[in-house]
Design a protein around this ligand. Structure first.
Ligand SMILES: Cc1ncc(C[n+]2csc(CCOP(=O)(O)OP(=O)(O)O)c2C)c(N)n1
Ligand code: SF4
Ligand SMILES: [Mg+2]
Length: 351
């Protein structure tokens, strides 16, 4: 595939993170998406999140399927590992890579067509298995790459650019993720970098299946009156439940806050998710309340955004399968092939 490389010129005064890297070191090739496409803003948030967390780019693996959204890993983290898989098949490829090497940070980037239509089965099974990953759906309600057909997340009654009404019921990926057991579930809007960047940082630090549904308008095919995934519609109907800050381990918490307005969630690695509550009755630690909250607001035509659910002590697929810690490519031949006696002993345990 051809792509446009960005010139590697750094201004000497550019801000540097703990690794001495600048934001430019987290960028990729020049985007070829339509100007104004929400997906480019999500790439910018991903770059910002990885820069702020000072992640070494070579410790990240970015995987995607097919679609404009799935093209975006080319436009961020140019020095990370990357795999552009088949349409709807990112989750199984990511699961396999994760099983072979748990030391990398896995970013799965997908679209609503890629995950809610052809890839729905793969989406579901990767979340219910608790694969340690950040799974982002760049949700525009259409198949952008193939010129704007309704996807399975398009709302019932919403209209295509040519005025055709969608009569099918929508699939809400957040509801599915909650039901399937994802341990970190959020929704955001590509036009709200302030909300999205910390949500991505929290998801990266979360040691389980983290899912973020990001409404990301398609300016070419789904940004008109009658669309429920346009910039105007989401700005008018956005109902933010909380705002997130991420505090890394070892950093003292110095922020001042009024009691009752801030909730702190300590994750497995000591990082703290600080949630400023906007909806006073919202409890992000209760999966069932999260589901009913999302549905009640959906019925009112509101797009609920923020960190909707988090389990601070998630289980992950490696724990379920009792796999080895070391990446497979570092195992030696005797470890990989322990010989006939070991096989006979193992077979005996199955009899
Ligand atoms: C097996 C297969 N079926 C169909 C297609 C055609 N196709 C390419 S992208 C796409 C939909 C992409 O939609 P989405 O995931 O929402 O991404 P977007 O372009 O909207 O970001 C389809 C149907 C394909 N590439 N492969
Ligand atoms: S067709 Fe839509 S989704 Fe694809 S790049 Fe253009 S605006 Fe983005
Ligand atoms: Mg789409």
């Amino acid at each position: 595939m051809t792509y446009l490389a960005k010139p590697k010129l750094h201004h000497p005064a550019l801000e540097r993170n703990a690794l001495g890297l600048t934001r430019r070191d987290y960028e990729g090739a020049i985007s070829t998406l339509c100007a104004g496409c929400g997906h480019d803003s999500i790439s910018a948030s991903l770059i910002q999140a990885c820069f702020e967390l000072a992640l070494p780019p070579h410790r990240i693996a970015k995987l995607s399927g097919i679609g404009c959204s799935s093209k975006t890993p080319t436009y961020f983290l140019g020095s990370a590992h990357g795999f552009n898989s088949v349409h709807g098949r990112m989750p199984s490829v990511l699961t396999g890579a994760n099983l072979a090497n748990r030391e990398l940070i896995y970013l799965g980037v997908s679209g609503d067509g890629d995950s809610a239509s052809i890839g729905l089965g793969q989406f579901a099974h990767s979340l219910r298995r608790g694969v340690n990953m950040v799974y982002i759906v760049e949700n525009n309600g259409v198949y952008g790459l193939t010129k704007g057909q309704f996807s399975a997340t398009a709302d019932k009654g919403s209209k295509s650019k040519k005025g055709i009404v969608n009569f099918d019921a929508p699939i809400d990926l957040v509801m599915l993720a909650l039901q399937l057991g994802a341990s970190y579930v959020a929704r955001s809007f590509s036009g709200d970098k302030e909300q999205l960047t910390p949500l991505i940082k929290g998801a990266i630090l979360h040691a389980g299946a983290a899912f973020i549904d990001v409404i990301s308008p398609c300016v070419a095919f789904n940004n008109h009156d009658g669309s429920t995934k346009s910039y105007d519609y989401v700005r008018e109907h956005n109902e933010s439940v909380n705002q997130l800050d991420v505090m890394l381990p070892r950093q003292p918490i110095t922020a001042e806050y009024l009691p009752g307005t801030l909730e702190e969630i300590v994750q497995h690695d000591g990082s703290v998710l600080r949630l400023r509550k906007l909806a006073p009755d919202y409890d992000p630690s209760d999966r069932i309340s999260a589901m009913s909250f999302v549905q009640q607001h959906d019925a009112k035509g509101e797009v609920v955004t923020g960190l909707l659910y988090v389990d601070p002590e998630p289980e992950d697929l490696h724990a379920h399968l009792n796999t080895v810690n070391a990446p497979f490519n570092s195992l030696t031949e005797p470890e990989l092939c322990p010989g006939a006696d070991a096989l006979a002993r193992f077979n005996a345990t199955l009899r």
